[in-house]
Design a binder for this molecule. Structure first.
Ligand code: AMP
Ligand code: MG
Length: 407
C-alpha cells in the first residue's frame, strides 16, 4: 500500500513519450509538436492592404479635409489575388481590397470611409494619411527562416493554421497513444442485451473508451472477459501491440488473485493498492513490455483512478511536460464529512465566479454511484488527516477532470 504521490511518481517514471509521426494537420489537433516548423515564406509574403480603400502616396494627402479634399486620378484596381503592374505616382491612386499587394510607389492606404468619388472616376481623400497607414508589411508576422513552432508545442487550431499559412500539409507530432481495454467480470452483460437475474450492464467499457478518446488517445482493442485466469491472460496477449493496457475489475481483495496471477505470468507488478478513496485496489505494472493499469471495477473508482494515474501517463506518452493533474483552490459550498485515513476525492462541479472558483461536491459518495458523476468537472480533495471540510472553506480541487486540460 502506498501514497498517491508515490504511485504517480512510479507511473511517470515507467512511461515515456511515444515516437513522432508525420501526419496531416487535422490529425495532429491536440498533439505535441515533435520537430520545429521553420518558416519557408514570410508572413505576410508581401506588403498588403489591411483595409478596402485607396493606395496613395501619403504626401499627396497632406492637409486634406472635407472642405479641401486631395483629388487623385485613378490608375487601376487591385482586388485580392492580383497585382498591379502600374506604379502609383504623385497625384494618382489605385483602388485596393483587403489582402491585395500594395502597388509600387504607394506608401499608404486610405480607407473607403475617408474618401468620396471625385470627378472623372477619380477619388477625393478627406483625411490625411501617414506613410504605412493600413499596410501590413511583408514579414510583419514572421520572417522566412524564423522558427514558427518549437518542439513540445501543443497543436491547437491557431498553431495548425500557422503551419498551413506557411504552406505545410503535414506536421511531425508525437503519436497518439493507442490503448487496449479489457473489462473483466462474469456478472457483466453488454448493454442492449437482456439482463439476466444477478447480472449488471458493463458500463466500464463505455467509461474507459470515452475517457481514452477524451484524453486524445485512441482505442486499439476493447474486449470483455469472464472471471477466468486463462481468459484474462489470453486477452492480455491480444493487447501486446497497444501502447497502454487498461483492465477493470478483479483487483479487490477477494478477486485479486486471478488478475494478479495473469499479470505476474506476463510481466511485473509495480504496485497494488494506493491510500485513496475511492480506488484503493488499483494496480500498475509492466506487462508484455506495456504499462498496464488494473483499474477497480466500481465505476466511480475507475473514473478517479483514471484521472489520478492513467491520464498523467497518457499525457507523458503524448509528449506533454506537465503531466500531473491540475489543482486549483475553490470555496466549498457545503460541508463534506470525512474520516481520517485515506485521501478522498469527491465528484464535484466547479464554477468560476467574480470572486474566484466555487465548488459543489455531489452528496452521493458511493464508489458505485454513477449519478454522482453527472455534470462533474472536478474532484474535491479531502486530505487524509481531515475530519471533514466545512462550507466556506478554501479547498484543493483537481480541475478540470474527464477531459484533456489543454483542450
Ligand atoms: P471488482 O473490482 O471486479 O471486484 O468489481 C467491483 C464492483 O464493480 C462490483 O460490484 C462489480 O460488479 C462492478 N463492476 C466491475 N466491472 C464492471 C463493469 N465493467 N461495469 C460495471 N460495473 C462493474
Ligand atoms: Mg469482478
Amino acid at each position: 500500500v502506498l501514497t498517491i504521490d508515490e504511485a504517480q511518481r512510479i507511473v511517470l517514471e515507467s512511461v515515456a513519450a511515444l515516437p513522432a509521426e508525420v501526419m496531416p494537420l487535422l490529425e495532429a489537433l491536440g498533439c505535441t509538436l515533435a520537430e520545429p516548423v521553420v518558416a519557408q515564406v514570410s508572413l505576410p509574403p508581401f506588403d498588403n492592404s489591411a483595409m478596402d480603400g485607396y493606395a496613395v502616396i501619403a504626401e499627396d494627402t497632406r492637409g486634406a479635409s472635407r472642405e479641401k479634399p486631395a483629388t487623385l486620378r485613378m490608375i487601376g484596381d487591385v482586388p485580392a489575388g492580383t497585382a498591379l503592374s502600374r506604379t502609383v505616382e504623385r497625384g494618382t491612386a489605385a483602388r485596393i481590397m483587403t489582402g491585395a499587394p500594395v502597388p509600387r510607389g504607394a506608401d499608404a492606404v486610405v480607407i473607403v470611409e475617408h474618401t468620396r468619388p471625385g470627378g472623372a472616376g477619380g477619388v477625393e481623400v478627406l483625411v490625411p494619411a501617414m506613410p504605412g497607414d493600413n499596410i501590413r508589411p511583408m514579414g510583419g508576422d514572421i520572417q522566412s527562416g524564423q522558427v514558427a513552432l518549437s518542439p513540445g508545442q501543443r497543436l491547437g487550431p491557431g498553431e495548425l493554421s500557422l503551419a498551413a499559412a506557411l504552406g505545410h500539409t503535414d506536421i511531425s507530432a508525437v503519436r497518439r497513444p493507442r490503448a487496449a481495454i479489457v473489462t473483466t467480470g462474469s456478472e457483466l452483460v453488454e448493454p442492449g442485451r437482456e439482463l439476466p437475474p444477478g447480472a449488471i450492464y458493463n458500463s466500464n467499457q463505455a467509461l474507459l473508451q470515452a475517457r481514452v478518446v477524451s484524453a486524445g488517445a485512441s482505442i486499439a482493442e476493447s474486449m470483455h472477459v469472464p472471471d477466468d485466469e486463462a481468459a484474462v491472460e489470453e486477452a492480455l496477449r491480444r493487447c501486446a501491440s497497444a501502447d497502454i493496457i487498461l483492465t477493470t475489475g478483479g483487483v479487490s481483495v477477494g478477486e485479486y488473485d486471478f488478475v494478479k496471477n495473469a499479470l505476474q505470468r506476463l510481466g511485473e507488478i509495480k504496485f497494488w493498492r494506493v491510500l485513496i478513496k475511492p480506488g484503493k485496489p488499483v494496480a500498475f505494472g509492466i506487462v508484455l513490455g506495456r504499462p498496464l493499469f488494473a483499474i477497480p471495477g466500481n465505476p466511480v473508482s475507475a473514473l478517479v483512478t483514471f484521472e489520478l494515474l492513467v491520464a498523467p501517463a497518457l499525457r507523458k506518452m503524448s509528449g506533454r511536460e506537465d503531466c500531473a493533474p491540475r489543482t486549483i483552490h475553490a470555496t466549498l459550498l457545503a460541508d463534506l464529512a470525512h474520516e481520517p485515513g485515506r485521501r478522498e476525492y469527491c465528484q464535484a462541479v466547479t464554477r468560476a465566479t467574480e470572486d474566484g472558483y466555487v465548488v459543489e461536491a455531489s452528496a452521493k459518495r458511493g464508489s458505485a454511484m454513477l449519478t454522482s458523476t453527472v455534470g462533474a468537472n472536478s474532484l474535491v480533495v479531502i486530505p487524509e488527516t481531515s475530519e471533514g471540510l466545512r462550507a466556506g472553506e478554501e479547498v484543493t480541487v483537481i480541475y478540470p477532470v474527464y477531459r484533456d486540460p489543454w483542450a
